[in-house]
Design a protein around this ligand. Structure first.
Ligand code: UD1
Ligand code: MG
Length: 471
């Protein structure tokens, strides 16, 4: 579908595809009402609608965003005098939140019927006083609804932070703790509803500690709020080439959805099925809006996703993993982000100067990306201990370091996984780098899930996929 880079109009083919998809999804949604309100099918249909709505709105609202000052220059293009819209993830987040709100009645359809029209039999007509006394409301799963609503509050809070950041470029020390506040509703629900703060000890440690479970108590809540700070920020700093913020998020969401599906496909009723279904209800529309954004943000980007998308994506993962009780599985899927964060710490914590942008350097002559660098002047050399560490990293192949003829450090590559990849693999085109990093994220994620379900048996007594329900 060739379209001019700046066009905010949908081509006729796009209009045809998008309207057909919307119609099919609307028809599927209406059919679920005729049946038993099958929530997974409804969620899929709504995710299709989320895709079409985001796709069309990203295109239509581009010029409006530019007019409002939400715009940026693509730093890795030869001709980058034109601005393109920034903060398009804001559209995705808003569409997503509306879709998730519209979805509320679906997972509770059967419970609403039971609670309001008499024992699940819709033919039984209860008289008015009886319904108003709400005697059957105790049958309604209020705790599940509370989880759902707390997830929405968290996601709305993080979207506010993201949009604020895209508008005002908030300093990182001011915005650092906001995700932890955003996660509070989740932690309260976790405390009331689940409250498990013990971790299973690996079998080889059990004889020494003398028990199978180790209770972390309040530390467990500290760990979860630290995680809610880490996840959104880690997506935001693995950024700077077209498509990478969105593609890494899509890979993580797909792998989480795959993991959820494993729990739905077990041949017996599984105790964790409900929490994994819950996770799918949040991931499917996320994938819908993200694919719409990726199409526009992939090389050569026509829009930027903005910090809103990165924070929002990171928080979706936190929400599903805390409320679905699988935050440790998520850690296995965030290995590249964890590596990038740890690797970045010298620059994040100011040991080494951190420029405003650390994205790879575009060489206009070759059209390829090269590692971007921090320059060291003769009179502003790193402290001896840091110089030693830099030389060691360079010897280990974890950094590119250039020295002058007197042995003084001239420049060091910036500490991001994207630059390191270019150090290892040599200069390459921007889309190639995005594809390679996405492939690496997928491979490591699949390996992570394999470790989770297969190798875990080496150090734990059982994998919870094999735990049969007592019912
Ligand atoms: C984070 C990174 C920063 C990186 C930036 C790129 C840290 C601490 N911060 O900052 O090093 O340079 O993301 O997103 O690691 N841009 C492009 N091409 C792209 C994506 C972005 O040129 O594919 C440029 C555009 O000018 C865009 C700007 O980056 O306007 C957006 O940067 P922003 O997301 O505000 O940067 P940070 O998240 O603060
Ligand atoms: Mg950013």
């Amino acid at each position: 579908m060739p379209i001019p880079a700046q066009s905010s109009q949908l081509s006729s083919t796009e209009t045809l595809y998008l309207s057909s998809l919307s119609l099919v999804c609307a028809a599927v949604l209406i059919r679920t009402f005729e049946g038993e309100g099958e929530p997974l099918v409804a969620s899929l249909a709504l995710s299709g609608i989320a895709f079409t709505a985001s796709y069309a709105m990203i295109r239509w609202l581009g010029p409006t965003f530019i007019k409002a000052g939400l715009k940026g220059r693509d730093l890795s293009k030869a001709n980058n005098s034109n601005y393109i819209p920034e903060c398009m993830g804001g559209i995705c987040a808003v569409v997503y939140l509306l879709i998730i709100i519209v979805f509320i009645p679906f997972p509770f359809y059967k419970d609403i019927v039971v609670a309001t029209s008499g024992g699940g039999n819709r033919d039984v007509v209860k008289n008015l006083e009886f319904v108003q006394q709400g005697r059957l409301l105790h049958k309604f799963p209020h705790s599940k609804l509370a989880s759902y609503l707390s997830a929405i509050i968290s996601l709305q809070s993080i979207t506010l932070l993201g949009i604020g950041d895209d508008l005002f470029d908030i300093r990182w020390r001011h915005k650092f703790f906001i995700p932890a506040f955003a996660s509070l509703p989740l932690l309260v629900i976790y405390f009331i509803d689940f409250g498990v703060t013990s971790i299973v000890l690996p079998t080889f440690l059990q004889p020494y500690i003398g028990r199978e479970l180790f209770d972390l108590g309040v530390l467990y809540y500290g760990y979860m709020s630290a995680f809610s700070i880490f996840s959104p920020n880690s997506i935001n700093i693995l950024a700077g080439i077209n498509g990478i913020e969105v593609s890494q998020s899509i890979v993580i969401a797909l792998l989480l959805a795959f993991n959820d599906a494993l729990y739905l496909l077990t041949p017996y009723p599984h105790p964790a099925t409900d929490s994994h279904l819950f996770s799918l209800y949040f991931l499917l529309p996320f994938l819908g809006v993200s694919f719409a954004l990726l199409i526009h943000n992939w090389y050569p980007a026509r829009v930027f996703c903005g910090d809103t998308y990165c924070y929002f994506a990171g928080m979706v993962f936190v929400v599903v993993s805390i409320l679905g009780h699988f935050s440790k599985t998520l850690i296995l899927l965030l290995v590249p982000q964890i590596f990038n964060f740890v690797y970045s710490t010298p620059q994040l914590f100011g040991l080494i100067p951190c420029p405003r942008h650390r994205l790879p350097h575009f060489n206009a002559r070759t059209g390829l990306l090269e590692p971007s660098v921090t320059k060291w002047e003769q009179d502003k050399q790193p402290r001896p201990i840091i110089a030693k560490a830099l030389r060691l990293l360079s010897q280990l192949g974890l950094l590119r370091l250039k020295e002058d003829e007197h042995g003084l450090i001239k420049e060091t590559s910036n500490f991001t996984i994207l630059n390191l990849w270019l150090v290892w693999r040599g200069p390459m085109r921007e889309d190639r780098l995005a594809k390679e990093i996405t492939a690496m994220q997928t491979a490591l994620g699949l390996f992570g899930l394999f470790v989770r379900h297969k190798l875990a048996l080496l150090i734990f007594r059982e994998d919870n996929l094999n735990i049969r329900s007592a019912v």
